[in-house]
Design a protein around this ligand. Structure first.
Ligand code: FAD
Length: 411
């Protein structure tokens, strides 16, 4: 048998531990925050406990203090963590920090790893990623921020950034800027490590968004900032990965980040469906329990089917990653699917809850407004579809069939 859906025992065991961790520790800690306890105290205690149990930085190699999980075990862990606001934070695998840690690990010098990566891995500091500008988002090669070398010691950056998540709670920023306007399009940009706070990196505001503000919004997310970059002096030793490589490194970061959101979505969708089924099994209308209505059963069935498809996609991608196979097409497809899947499931769960779903007495309303962004971030749906479609056409032109770009390698 070529395909075996049996999860290896060690991956199963770690999934089970994380599941229990989220249920027994993260969800009660969430409640402590809602009851008004201090964020730093609650998170500090939670993190100390998680780390003490070896639940820390799932995909970071053990020699750097992480769990060293491979793609499958990591996917299983992430699929559990999305159930609680504190899940990923408790194990120091929250975005945008986690993918950025990977970039530093892969491209940092020894000095950069010691000075900047170590405190991130220890959970002592946080990092944000400043690529997008008002002038350029989906097509990041339109970035205008300039970095000019000033002698051999420093670069000086000028420009602006927009929607830098967690900038207002970050101690370090990775900032992309144009170093060589005459180079080929994708080699014009470099990435700089910037220590915060910094007078040259001024947070003008946290941008108001459609995401409903909750009691924990500010402490957890830190908002999405608009930044003015004015005469920002960056030591040359803080150039990450060499001049002209900023764009490649950004793409490396986005490749992981794209899937991580989707993995968390599975847990969120699962909890939304559980809440919905919990509700319909309690509620009676017009003399009949809601869960006995066929129309309601169909709604639940559609959600279950979407979650099942999501799990299959992620397991297939994890399988390809374990084997070192090319997974770019599947990642793009899954990124779109998982963002829309969670939207559909949470929307249905709200519908089945009636006015209660629209209220903030359940987490559904807040989730609904938060997850809308997922169809935009890390490339909007349309840009992924554009790339996926081109790959499909190319496959046909090369092989006379599109199968290889439609999961056909399963056959
Ligand atoms: C909540 C949130 C968090 C974010 N966090 C960060 C962060 O931490 N760091 C960071 O650098 N950036 C961040 N971003 C920015 C994000 O990456 C960009 O918003 C995204 O890349 C889209 O760019 P844009 O908003 O400029 O849209 P545009 O590039 O202007 O595109 C607008 C729309 O045009 C359509 N479109 C664009 N190109 C094509 C195409 N080729 N074919 C068909 N249709 C197309 C799409 O519908 C798209 O939604 C964040 C954004 C949000 C909303």
């Amino acid at each position: 048998m070529a395909i075996d859906f049996e999860i290896p025992p060690e991956a199963k065991a770690i999934r089970e531990r994380v599941r229990k961790w989220v249920q027994d520790e993260c969800r009660p800690a969430e409640q402590r925050l809602l009851d008004g306890e201090d964020y730093k105290t609650v998170l500090g205690e939670l993190r100390a406990k998680a780390r003490g149990q070896g639940l820390w930085c799932p995909f970071i190699p053990p020699e750097h203090g992480g769990m060293g999980l491979g793609p499958l075990a990591n996917a299983l862990v992430q699929m559990e963590l999305g159930e609680s606001y504190l899940g990923a934070l408790s194990m120091n695998t929250q975005g945008p920090d986690d993918a950025t840690m990977m970039t530093l690990l892969a491209h940092g010098t020894e000095y950069q790893k010691e000075k900047f990566l170590k405190p991130l891995l220890n959970g002592e500091k946080r990092i944000c990623y400043s690529m997008t500008e008002k002038a350029a988002g989906a097509d990041a090669t339109g970035m205008q921020t300039r970095a000019v070398k000033d002698g051999n010691e420093n670069y000086v950056l000028n420009g602006e950034k927009w929607f830098s998540s967690a900038a207002s709670v970050a101690d370090i920023a990775l900032v992309m800027a144009k170093t060589d306007p005459d180079a080929p399009r994708h080699q014009q940009f470099s990435t700089f490590i910037v220590e915060l706070p910094n007078p040259g990196y001024k947070i003008k505001r946290d941008i108001g968004t459609m995401a409903a503000e909750g009691p924990l919004s500010h402490v957890l997310g830190g908002g999405h900032s608009e930044i003015e970059i004015k005469d920002l002096v960056v030591p040359a030793e803080n150039l990450l990965g060499g001049e002209g490589n900023g764009f490649n490194m950004g793409q490396h970061r986005l490749a992981y980040g794209r899937l991580r959101h989707g993995m968390h979505n599975v847990a969120m969708a699962q909890r939304a469906l559980d809440l919905a089924v919990g509700h319909i099994t309690q509620r009676t209308t017009f003399g009949e329990p809601l869960h006995r209505r066929q129309g309601v059963q169909w709604m639940v069935a559609d959600c279950a089917t979407e979650i099942y498809k999501a799990r299959l996609m992620l397991l297939h991608i994890a399988y390809k990653a374990e084997k070192g196979l090319d997974l770019r097409q599947e990642t793009g497809m899954a990124k779109i699917f998982l963002a829309n899947m969670v939207h559909q499931v949470v929307d249905t769960a709200i519908q089945l809850h009636g006015a209660l779903g629209y209220s903030t007495d359940t987490p559904l309303a807040r989730w609904y407004t938060h997850i809308r962004s997922q169809r935009l971030v890390d490339w909007p749906d349309e840009v992924h579809r554009w790339t996926i479609g081109r790959n499909v056409i190319k496959a046909y032109q090369q092989h006379g069939t599109t199968a290889s770009m439609c999961g056909g390698d399963l056959l």
